[in-house]
Design a protein around this ligand. Structure first.
Ligand SMILES: *[C@@H]1O[C@H](CO)[C@@H](O)[C@H](O)[C@H]1NC(C)=O
Length: 344
C-alpha cells in the first residue's frame, strides 16, 4: 500500500534541507533541478540505495501471485472527464507485452518486467499479460462523496451485481478510482492508494482489489508529488515538475496505480511477497522504492528522469506516444530498486 507514515512531513523537511544545503542537487539536460522526494522508510539513511540490499528482508510467505493473465475491472467512481479515463487506460494497456505495437525503450512494459520476476511456490511468474476486461461507472455517487475502506467494498459489490460486469474470481482484479471530489478514509493524511481483497460478507467473493484517488484538488503536494510541492518548499527550492500529460492529479495517480498494481500482483491475498513481520502493515515491493524514479535517486532525490521538448517530466514510454512518470520497483533478482530508465 502507499502509506504515508507520520514521519513523512519530517522527511520532506529533511529532504528540502538536504536540497538547499548540499551541492548534490542534480541537474538535468535543461538545467532543471530534480526535486527531492519522500525517502522510503526502510532506507532513509542511504543516499544511494539502489544497491542497499542488506537492509531489506523481503520474504515470500507461500501465498499465490497473479500468474494467469490479469483481467482488470475498472470502476470509475464519480465524474471523470473522458481525457482522464483515456489517459489511465493508456497506462494500463501499456503494461502488457501482448500489445502489438511496442512502445520505445524505456517503456511501461519494460517497467513491468521487474514485477514479472516474482513467482509463487509453483514457480509461476506474475503475468505479463494485462487487459481491461470491463468498466463500470458510478457517476451518481451512489455510496456518497465520502468512502471508507468498507464502503469501497460496497462500491465493488454494486458493480459486480450490475450485468455485464462479472465476478471474475480466477483472473480478475478490481480497480476503484475515485474522482477529484471524492474523499476517502485516510486519503491524503495517511494513504494515496491501497490494495486488499474483498470480504465474502460484503461482496460474496474474495476478490483482490485496489483503490487510488485523484488527489488533484485535495492534496496534490502529498499524492501527486513531484508535480506539486508543499508550500514550505516553494520559496527558493526547486519547484514542481511539469506532469507528462498536463494533468497534475491524474499524472500523479498513474504512479500510485503502478505501485498498487505491482503490490496487488505480488501480494494479492496479503500472504505472498512482503517485508516485515506484521502482515497488517506489510512493506511491499512498491513501498520499498517509493519516491524513486531514476538512477542516483534516494536520500531525498527522485533520481535522473527525462524531459520532453516542452519540459514535461517522464521516465517511461507507453502506447500511442504517451509518456509517464512511474516509481521504480524492488527487483527480487538484483535486490535493489529498478526501473526501465536505469543507467548501468
Ligand atoms: C520468472 O522469475 C524468475 C525468478 O525471478 C526469473 O529468473 C525468470 O526470468 C522469470 N521468467 C519470466 C518469463 O519472466
Amino acid at each position: 500500500m502507499t502509506l504515508l507514515p507520520l514521519t513523512f512531513i519530517f522527511f520532506f523537511i529533511l529532504a528540502s534541507s538536504i536540497a538547499s544545503s548540499s551541492p548534490s542537487v542534480q541537474t538535468l539536460n535543461n538545467d532543471v533541478n530534480i526535486n527531492p522526494k519522500i525517502v522510503p522508510k526502510t532506507l532513509t539513511a542511504s543516499k544511494k540505495f539502489e544497491g542497499s540490499s542488506e537492509l531489506v528482508n523481503l520474504r515470500y510467505h507461500m501465498g499465490p501471485v497473479l500468474s494467469s493473465p490479469i483481467n482488470i475491472y475498472l470502476i470509475w467512481y464519480g465524474k471523470w472527464a473522458p481525457t482522464q479515463t483515456l489517459l489511465i487506460k493508456d497506462f494500463l494497456l501499456s503494461i502488457s507485452t501482448t500489445n502489438r505495437r511496442a512502445a520505445p525503450h524505456p517503456s511501461v512494459s519494460d517497467w513491468w518486467q521487474t514485477v514479472s520476476l516474482y513467482t509463487d511456490q509453483t514457480n509461476a511468474n506474475i503475468s505479463r499479460s494485462i487487459l481491461i476486461a470491463g468498466e463500470y461507472s458510478d457517476t451518481k455517487y451512489t455510496h456518497g462523496t465520502h468512502l471508507t475502506r468498507l464502503t469501497i467494498q460496497e462500491v465493488i459489490a454494486s458493480s459486480v451485481r450490475s450485468a455485464p460486469f462479472p465476478v471474475d474470481h480466477k483472473n480478475g482484479i478490481y480497480l476503484v478510482l475515485t474522482a477529484v471530489d471524492v474523499t476517502v478514509e485516510d486519503f491524503c493524511r495517511a494513504v494515496c492508494g491501497f490494495h486488499y481483497f474483498t470480504f465474502q460478507s460484503k461482496v460474496g467473493y474474495t476478490l483482490p482489489y485496489a483503490w487510488v484517488g485523484n488527489s488533484g484538488k485535495q492534496c496534490p503536494e502529498v499524492c501527486a508529488y513531484p508535480f506539486a510541492v508543499p508550500t514550505y518548499m516553494r520559496g527558493g527550492g526547486p519547484g514542481a515538475l511539469a506532469p507528462p500529460n498536463g494533468d497534475v492529479g491524474v499524472d500523479g495517480m498513474i504512479s500510485v496505480i503502478g505501485h498498487e498494481l505491482a503490490e496487488l500482483s505480488s501480494n494479492p491475498l496479503v500472504n505472498a511477497w512482503y517485508a516485515g513481520e506484521d502482515p497488517t502493515a506489510p512493506t511491499e515491493i512498491g513501498d520499498l522504492c517509493e519516491g524513486l524514479y531514476g538512477s542516483g535517486g534516494g536520500g531525498g532525490y527522485i533520481g535522473e528522469v527525462m524531459k520532453d521538448g516542452s519540459g514535461r517530466t517522464f521516465n517511461m514510454n507507453g502506447r500511442r506516444g504517451r509518456k509517464f512518470l512511474v516509481q521504480w520497483i524492488w527487483s527480487p533478482v538484483l535486490k535493489a530498486c529498478v526501473g526501465p530508465n536505469a543507467k548501468d
